[in-house]
Design a protein around this ligand. Structure first.
Ligand SMILES: Nc1nc2c(c(=O)[nH]1)N[C@H]1C(S)=C(S)[C@@H](COP(=O)(O)OP(=O)(O)OC[C@H]3O[C@@H](n4cnc5c(=O)[nH]c(N)nc54)[C@H](O)[C@@H]3O)O[C@H]1N2
Ligand SMILES: Nc1nc2c(c(=O)[nH]1)N[C@H]1C(S)=C(S)[C@@H](COP(=O)(O)OP(=O)(O)OC[C@H]3O[C@@H](n4cnc5c(=O)[nH]c(N)nc54)[C@H](O)[C@@H]3O)O[C@H]1N2
Ligand code: SF4
Ligand SMILES: [Mo]
Length: 662
């Protein structure tokens, strides 16, 4: 037996792991105590990597649909056929007839897929951006004047943390990563205060100083009330800002009484939080999918969270929020050249079939895919590591759309409902079979990069994802740039190209497995950028308008999303998490639902049946359903037409539903 040092790529926390291997059998994964970032922490998902690798349904052979049936084939035949069909579609209908969905942790494969997407030159680009959270980049763009202001709490020094619609004890954070979340939240609560705002008393709320459970989709009101209070008394005077008058007018309606009635939180609880915020001075706030999945409400909530941090002097200050400057790219070197984005935002033309939807950060909303297919605009889809059937809205309309595609090519490691709809199944190396670097460097908790060698050899015919897309590009006749040559390059060669221009060379990172470049806090590049802009933009008109236009959330029962410990989105079914549907005792009684019995949940778009968990941790009027289940797929309830008109984010939280004994 031997042990390989690696890092886990199940989620973006990228914990350091030690993998015990015997022959080609992966025996065990445990935490690497010597790892500088995760210090031995792992979770059950990472420790399940051996089961993932030895999964009975793992894909080992390319497959191609012949006469309606998927059949095993060779890479040569599969890629030739795929390229021939794609070429015919592009020649006849233009490049925009090919869509891409990007969702993978494989760094080299991701970049090569981007290169292919650019070479084809299609605007039809989709990713989790519009099914996870557009509010964060929107607010950094509008308020911070730069899309790439990727903020996260200075967890080591923060004394006052508000967690709004985020449950890090289970999720390890949203758009940030927090290895060892329980220890982190406990430490902050011990030396200071942690406040959780969530309609459910979550695993995180149990460790917190205080917990408010507002009606779903009303967090903007809580934050507007807090901002209003701080504007009256408590604002840090020397923070550069613009738009103070407009902001004051926008939050004026959110008095204690009005907010208590909108949110159904007792006035004295709101007032207690306001007092705590005022006394704390510097307020750090993390938000999550409970905010970003509320469509238009998510934008204004994220905005007001930023405003509260700005007004209490938390931005770019110790104990508040710091902004990740990147590792592979290095933001601070831009200095005076860091572009200041227009206050109108970064939007572009959207798909033809949905005039109300625009492109945001050069992507189209996932929600438009069925309409684009129905209109004949998208005829081929290349899925770069997504579980589309579980992640996209309105399964009832999505599945027929995927079936109507002329070409649906999917890279995967495990056979699932999505691969079953494909025309071409491309089995790529799983996380233990490839060398890799940390791809999403701004999601890292440090300014850092990691490297891992492969732990075991690939099974069957699995190939590197970058190789698959490079071969496809070559067959289509494109120049795919200098990332790698499918005939001669190794995985490490491609990774070295990805790190060209980074803060450390590939050789240095590969030698130790990690590199870190600690940054000063305050970071001068952030302060300089904000000063050049004339101060933080407190009241972008687009957001003021969205806030003014919001209608009260009034449905008697609303569905909200939830993540589960031993599941990652559509993955890790084999760890046995059930689609438990959390219902308050009062709502259970009203609908005649008994704990542990099947319950059917209906929305305007569809229905699903799961197991009822009648539980007093959830407030009345709220039904919490996990996503990613194939049997009780929550996207049977969501609606592809219910999107934020500004960013195209689909509504996944705050959906009116009814309950029925199953
Ligand atoms: N174990 C595990 N970890 C994961 C994942 C997973 O599937 N499993 N997925 C990963 C991914 S892709 C992401 S994006 C992150 C997401 O990370 P998080 O955003 O932390 O996701 P959740 O754990 O679902 O927490 C969201 C919380 O929002 C609450 N909520 C829902 N609606 C509202 C609302 O209107 N207002 C408020 N205040 N709260 C609301 C829910 O009750 C829930 O507790 O997690 C990542 N980590
Ligand atoms: N209703 C509702 N819908 C949601 C959400 C919700 O809360 N509610 N959450 C949303 C969010 S936040 C997100 S991020 C999306 C996520 O949705 P997706 O982007 O679909 O991500 P996953 O579900 O994690 O699916 C990843 C797929 O990649 C495969 N895979 C794993 N490792 C590898 C690998 O190394 N190589 C290859 N080729 N494939 C691999 C897995 O088997 C799996 O099928 O879902 C979104 N959809
Ligand atoms: S937290 Fe994420 S990276 Fe760390 S062990 Fe768990 S799944 Fe892997
Ligand atoms: Mo996500």
């Amino acid at each position: 037996m031997h042990t390989v040092r690696s890092f886990c790529r199940v989620c973006t926390s990228v914990c350091g792991i030690l993998v015990d291997v015997e022959g080609d059998e992966v025996i065990r994964v445990r935490g690497d105590k010597d790892h500088p970032f995760s210090q031995g922490y792992t979770c059950g998902k990472g420790r399940a990597l051996p089961q993932l690798h030895h999964h009975p349904d793992r894909l080992e052979q390319p497959q191609m649909r012949v006469d309606g049936q998927l059949q095993d084939t060779s890479w040569h035949t599969c890629l030739d056929d795929l390229a021939t069909r794609l070429k015919a579609i592009i020649d006849e209908h233009g490049p925009s007839a090919v869509g891409f969905y990007f969702s993978t942790m494989e760094s080299a494969g991701f970049r090569m897929a981007e290169a292919l997407h650019a070479a084809i030159g299609t605007p039809a680009k989709f990713s989790p951006l519009t099914i996870d959270g557009t509010a964060k980049p929107l607010i950094s763009d509008l308020v911070g004047g730069f899309m790439g202001l990727s903020g996260r709490t200075d967890l080591d020094n923060c004394d006052f943390l508000m967690l709004v619609g985020v449950n890090p004890v289970v999720s390890h954070g949203h758009a940030i990563s927090m290895p060892n979340p329980t220890g982190t939240v406990r430490d902050i609560a011990k030396r200071g205060q942690v406040w959780v705002i969530d309609p459910r008393r979550t695993e995180t709320a149990r460790l917190a100083t205080g917990h408010l459970a507002p009606r779903p989709s009303t967090d903007h009101a809580v934050l507007a009330y807090l901002v209003r209070e701080i504007l009256i008394d408590g604002r840090k005077p020397d923070v550069p800002v613009q738009g103070l008058e407009e902001l004051t007018a926008a939050v004026e309606p959110f008095t204690l009484e009005h907010t208590a009635s909108l949110t159904d939180v007792p006035g004295h609880e709101l007032a207690r939080l306001a007092t705590a915020v005022r006394e704390a001075g510097c307020v750090a706030i993390e938000t999550g999918t409970g905010v970003t999945m509320t469509a238009d409400r998510g934008n204004v909530t994220q905005w007001l969270a930023w405003v509260l941090m700005i007004l209490t002097g938390a931005m770019n200050r110790p104990g508040g929020t710091w902004f990740h400057p990147g590792f592979a790219y290095q933001l601070e070197v831009f200095g005076d050249l860091l572009p200041i984005t227009p206050v109108e935002g970064s939007f572009g033309p959207g798909p033809r079939s949905r005039p109300e939807a625009q492109a945001f950060i050069n992507e189209w909303p996932c929600a438009v895919l069925p309409d684009e297919v129905a209109a004949g605009n998208i005829r081929a889809l290349i899925n770069v590591g997504g579980s589309l059937v579980t992640c996209m809205p309105e399964t009832g309309k999505l599945i027929p759309a995927l079936q109507n595609l002329e070409v649906f090519a999917t890279t995967e490691i495990i056979n699932n409902e999505t691969t079953q709809l494909a025309t071409h199944v491309l089995p790529t190396k799983d996380p233990l079979e490839r060398s890799d670097i940390t791809l999403h460097d701004v999601l890292s908790s440090r300014v850092s990069v990691q490297y891992t060698p492969p732990v075991v050899a690939p099974v069957g015919e699995r190939r590197s994802m970058w190789w698959v897309f490079a071969e496809l590009g070559r067959r289509l006749g494109y120049d795919m740039g200098n990332l790698g040559d499918p005939d001669t390059s190794t995985d490490d060669d491609v990774l070295a190209v990805l790190l060209a221009g980074a803060r450390s060379t590939f050789d240095d990172v590969a030698a130790t497995g990690w590199a870190e470049a600690p940054q000063p806090l305050p970071a001068p590049w952030v302060d300089e950028h904000i000063e050049r802009m004339g101060g933080w933009r407190l009241a972008p008109p687009l957001l003021v308008d969205q806030l003014t236009a919001l209608q009260p959330a009034s449905a008697p029962l609303m569905m909200v999303p939830r993540r589960q410990r031993n599941k990652l989105n559509g993955q890790l079914d084999f760890l046995g998490e059930r689609a438990d549907i959390l219902i308050s005792p009062a709502d259970g009684e009203a609908a005649g639902i008994v704990n542990g019995q099947p319950v059917t949940v209906r929305s305007a778009s569809g229905e699903l049946t799961g197991v009822a968990k009648v539980d007093d941790s959830i407030r009345r009027g709220v039904v919490s359903i996990p996503h990613g289940h194939h049997d009780a797929n929550v996207n049977r309830l969501t609606n592809k037409d219910d999107i934020d008109r500004v960013t195209g984010m689909v509504r996944y939280s705050g959906i009116p539903v009814s309950l029925h004994p199953g």
